[in-house]
Write a protein that binds this ligand. Structure first.
Ligand SMILES: NC(=O)c1ccc[n+]([C@@H]2O[C@H](COP(=O)([O-])OP(=O)(O)OC[C@H]3O[C@@H](n4cnc5c(N)ncnc54)[C@H](O)[C@@H]3O)[C@@H](O)[C@H]2O)c1
Length: 440
């Protein structure tokens, strides 16, 4: 049943962002019409199955089952809701530009209307909103409103992020739709903005809202590539990147987040959004030099693990290498652009046998990784391997007893790609431990 003051909304695209948005707004009391072109996915959702793994999502969807409606027909959303949140994918094309074909398909499916608005949650290049408004005008749909409301959720804590956002950014054309979106988010905003939550409200024009999203992700990616380069210099000079990062992060102008050195960022957002911003700049005549370096450092960082393994093992031909963790980060089954994909492919190309374990991403990984053996536990993956690489810092790996790791391995090399293990304990167990940028 709809809470009287919560309006019914539509969500087009029921992936990570769409489902979390739908579940979050349902939790706040809205009825939500969820639309997807993937009929099998809609069937599963109707049957109460959750197609993605995200903490708390299944429970939230179950709790709000009465408010959630699933359909493949966008007309259902148009009939019941005036605000249609768009959360379709915008993957990278071969050139690195964002592929907007799904967004264009949604725009083309909208009928002329004076009382509907598209609310863009998908990450799109700056200028997309303006282009869509022009397309609406050319198609005689000028009454159709447009709002940019970029999404900042993090996979692994997506629902919590939805319910406790740092900020809600709304870019609009100064009409009813921007205000209606702000009202929907109101309970999550600070008391200063009329809510009971923690989110700052940022109202902007459409282009600026689009840029906030791209610039935020590009900045975070830059921070990661920066600390990874510091880690690489630490390895050359004997400094320890964990101590360096702590010393840096206590400066409140820098902050401690995103200063964890590792084997590179992945996921469905950072690589694609950094590349989309670089291309966007290039298409408008500006050479975004810094982002070129951010991308290149990230690519090289994934490959440095091979060098570390070769340093200890010599040729990798015939060596059995265990990968602990495959998802691009813990608490998700998302394998898009995961560092494990590059690593497994490079290891296989170098003649090694790869055996992998991930607590939740195995099913996804099986579609994407070929010639890789999958193990049912971390210890099963380690059994008889010449070396192990910790790829994703799932908490269960930090709890492994170093002695048990040493006993399971045939060899003694342990590369900690996320600096998640205790080097002293590992060395005490007889392992040749190597982290990223560690002095030990
Ligand atoms: N995943 C994240 O962490 C995250 C965070 C912030 C922003 N974003 C952005 O949000 C957008 C969606 O990302 P995602 O990870 O949820 O993608 P996703 O691939 O998980 O989901 C997209 C969904 O849209 C559906 N779809 C495609 N075309 C459609 C159409 N014409 N009509 C209806 N449904 C359609 C697909 O079937 C799929 O279910 C992207 O632009 C992404 O960059 C993602």
């Amino acid at each position: 049943m709809t809470t009287p003051d919560r309006e019914t909304i539509g969500v087009i695209g029921t992936g990570y962002v769409g489902l979390v948005t739908a579940a979050g707004f349902a939790e706040l009391g809205s009825d939500v019409w969820c639309i997807d072109i993937d009929a099998a996915k809609i069937e599963r959702l109707r049957a109460g199955e959750v197609p993605i793994w995200e903490p708390g999502l299944a429970e939230c969807l179950e709790r709000n089952r009465g408010r959630l409606h699933f359909s493949t027909d966008v007309a259902d959303a148009l009939e019941h809701a005036r605000l249609l949140f768009v959360a379709v994918g915008t993957p990278p094309t071969y050139s690195g530009d964002a592929d907007l074909s799904a967004v264009h398909a949604v725009v083309a499916a909208m009928p002329p209307s004076e009382h509907h608005a598209l609310v863009m949650k998908s990450t799109v290049p700056v200028g997309t909103g303006a282009a869509i408004r022009r397309a609406f005008a050319e198609q005689g749909k000028d009454g159709f409103r447009y709002v940019s409301c970029p999404e900042f959720l993090k996979e692994g804590s997506a629902l919590t992020d939805f319910l406790a956002p740092d900020r809600v950014v709304i870019g609009d054309g100064s009409d009813w739709a921007g205000d209606a979106v702000a009202d929907l988010y109101r309970p999550l905003l600070t008391p200063e903005h009329g809510g009971q939550g923690v989110g700052e409200l940022v109202r902007t024009d459409i282009a600026s809202a689009e840029m906030v999203k791209l610039a935020s992700n590009a900045f975070l990616a830059t921070k990661i590539s920066f600390i990874n380069e510091i880690a690489n210099v630490c390895e050359e000079t004997g400094a320890d990147v964990l101590q360096v990062a702590r010393g840096m992060g206590l400066d409140d102008r820098i902050g401690p987040k995103f200063l964890q050195a590792g084997i590179g960022f992945g996921g469905s957002c950072f690589p694609k959004d950094v590349s989309a911003l670089k291309q966007l700049a290039g298409n408008s005549g500006y050479h975004f030099q810094l982002l070129n370096a951010v991308i290149e450092v990230n690519e090289l960082q994934k490959r440095r693990v091979i060098g570390k393994l070769e340093k200890h093992l010599g040729s990798l031909v015939g060596q059995r290498i265990a990968l602990l963790g495959l998802a691009f980060k813990p608490n998700t089954d998302d394998m898009r652009e995961a560092s494990s994909l590059v690593l497994a492919a490079r290891l296989t190309a170098a003649g090694a046998t790869v055996v992998a374990y991930d607590p939740v991403a195995e099913e996804e990984a099986r579609h994407l990784m070929h010639g890789v053996e999958f193990a049912s536990s971390a210890l099963a993956a380690l059994e008889g391997a010449d070396a192990a690489v910790l790829v994703t810092e799932w908490p269960e790996f930090a709890e492994l007893d170093p002695a048990a790791i040493a006993a399971a391995l045939r060899g003694d090399v342990l590369i900690d790609g996320r600096n998640a293990l205790d080097p002293v304990a590992a060395q005490a167990a007889g392992l040749r431990y190597e982290g990223i940028g560690r002095a030990v």
